[in-house]
Structure formats: C-alpha cells, structure tokens
Design a protein around this ligand. Structure first.
Ligand code: URA
Length: 235
C-alpha cells in the first residue's frame, strides 16, 4: 500500500497529518528517512514514526466495560453508542459490537471490525458462553435453577436451550451462563418465574473475563492470549 495510507492506518493519523509528518522527515522506511507518501510499502516493511516502529493491524479487538445508558450499536441518532465511547482513539475504524447488551445492562462488550470473529462468537452452534451477574427482585428458587437447566419456555412459546443459574437458594444475586442470545433473554427467563431483573452485568465471554480494572466506560485491546481463547482456532 502507499506509505501515506500505511501511516494513516497504523498511526491512526489523518491523511493530512501523515503528509505533514512525511514532509518533516519524521518517517523512516527500513531505517531511511522517506518523504514520499506515494511510495509503495509492503505490510511487513519496517516503518517508524519518530523512531517508534509501526505495524498495520488488520483488525482491532476491544474489551469495553459498557456503562448503563449506552446502546449496543455503532451509531445512533439519539443515544451514545458503545462505538462512540472508543471513537476518539480509533477514528478510522468501523467498529461494531459483537453481540448486544440492553441499554440498562452493563459490562463486557467486545468491539471489533473483524466480521468473521464476531460471527463466530455469536453463531449458536459454537455455543460461546456469556456469563452475567444478575440481581433480581425476588429470592432464587429451586424451580428457577431447575427450570433454567431444563430449558425455559418463554411467554411467547420460544423454547430456549438449557442455561446455568448459579446461586445459593434464597439469594437475590446470582450468576447466569447462556449460550444463546435471544432479545432480553435473561429478563424474560426470570419473568417466567415471576421475578424482575434489578441489574444485569456481563462478566465474561467464553473464557475471557472482563478486566475489573477498567471501570464503567473503560476499555482496552484484548491481549493475544485472550484473542486466542475467543477465536478458538476459527481465525
Ligand atoms: N439478557 C437480557 O435480558 N439483557 C441483556 O442485556 C443481556 C441478556
């Protein structure tokens, strides 16, 4: 690709900033200053800006701790979206959430521009587990635990796959593990047992746990080990 395009992608610079950096001699290719934005460089070329090596990442994978009140979408006319929260840091990426949380739910949202990984995580046949901490407005009962394990039939007749409900009997805070992603699934599942959801937080996708250090609205890229766990050989 052209060197100016490489810079724009790898350093997240505008084309104008990339041109200026080139003019000022801040860019080297294989150790030599290069001022020619039209020069063709291979993806593997050793390009550096101010001496710091740059590499073009094909895709990015971001772990976001979604705050309440933010919608799981790329863009929205009215509400702040999960993509809006990271746009400043990734201005030239078209990021979208791989799976949705309700507006009032919080926790782990994976943002990426890699459609294949998003599809793999969401595909029902891959059964990637999503783990939630849920507070309900009634005590957990044995009927709930057994019902979730057997597979709940929702009020509209939808028959769900089995799910796991982990809690002491009588507790109001529990952990729920799903392998499906039906709209408002957990709220509707508890609704079948006459309980309302007070708060819902996704704490893990597959074997990757939400980083507790992030806090609401915090984000970071997945580590290589986390990405490997999620992609599980599909990439
Ligand atoms: N189930 C729900 O009801 N809401 C969510 O946000 C996620 C799972």
């Amino acid at each position: 690709m052209r060197l100016d395009a490489f810079l724009a992608k790898a350093a997240q610079m505008s084309r104008a900033d990339a041109k200026q950096a080139l003019r000022r001699g801040r860019v080297t290719v294989d150790g030599q200053v290069c001022r020619d934005g039209a020069r063709h460089v291979e993806e593997t070329a050793a390009v550096a800006l101010d001496g710091a090596p740059l590499g073009v990442k094909q895709y990015v994978y971001i772990m976001l701790d979604k705050p309440a009140g933010v919608v799981s979408a790329s863009r929205d006319a009215r509400d702040t979206t999960v993509a809006d929260l990271v746009r400043e840091a990734y201005p030239r990426r078209e990021l979208f959430p791989a799976g949705r949380l309700d507006k009032d739910s919080t926790g782990f949202v994976l943002l990426t521009d890699d459609g294949a990984l998003a599809h793999a995580i969401l595909a029902p046949r891959r059964h990637v587990a999503k783990t939630y901490t849920v507070e309900i407005d009634a005590p957990v009962t044995r009927a709930m635990t057994e019902g979730f394990a057997a597979g709940v039939t929702l009020a509209d007749g939808t028959r769900l796959a089995h799910a796991e409900l982990r809690a002491e009997e009588g507790a109001r805070v529990c952990e729920v593990v799903l392998t499906q992603g039906v709209y408002h699934q957990i709220k509707r599942m508890f609704g079948v047992f006459g309980a309302g959801v007070v708060s819902l937080r996704r704490t893990a996708i597959g074997d990757v746990r939400l980083d507790g250090a992030l806090g609401p609205g915090g984000y970071r890229e997945l580590t290589a080990a986390e990405l490997e766990k999620l992609s599980g050989g599909v990439l």
